[in-house]
Design a binder for this molecule. Structure first.
Ligand SMILES: [Cu+2]
Length: 143
């Protein structure tokens, strides 16, 4: 029993160390390290102007270009002023649903002045959404 406890304690420490190391790599979520996509920039609540540089990060999955379905991988989608895409639903492709099927992790966009929401949606190689858990929404103000 005691040995089993030691082994599981070690396993927990090892797992925690791995997660912590993965977080430090990205540098974007030091305290609230959660799985899924996140904005490296802009940040929630930011006021921006002109061309907006959007940098996208992902935890717990790897970025891979569209076309092949590989477990644990996918690509980013940026949804402007719209909601996340339910799991196993194809992410639409239009002016407000931008695909990064080449595996890109940053882009620039221009938005009309006012309040906007930006949602990141991670989806598989066939553009099938991984659902709400693999989405993240922020609100920004454009001057
Ligand atoms: Cu896509």
């Amino acid at each position: 029993m005691k040995k089993w406890l030691t082994v599981s304690a070690l396993a927990v420490v090892f797992l925690w160390a791995n997660i912590a190391a993965a977080c430090e790599h990205e540098g974007a979520c030091s305290l609230s390290c959660t799985l899924g996509p996140h904005f490296i920039s802009p940040k929630d609540g930011d006021t921006v102007s002109g061309e907006i540089l959007v940098k996208m990060g992902i935890k717990g999955m790897k970025v891979h270009k569209a076309g092949e379905i590989i477990k644990g991988t996918g690509h980013h989608h940026l949804i402007i002023d719209g909601a996340y895409i339910p799991e196993n639903t194809t992410v639409p492709k239009d002016a407000t649903h931008i695909h990064f099927g080449g595996g890109q992790t940053e882009t620039t966009i221009k938005l009309k002045p006012g309040k906007h929401s930006l949602t990141l949606q991670f989806a598989d190689g066939a553009h099938q959404s991984y659902g709400k858990i693999m989405s993240h929404t922020i609100n920004i103000t454009v001057k």
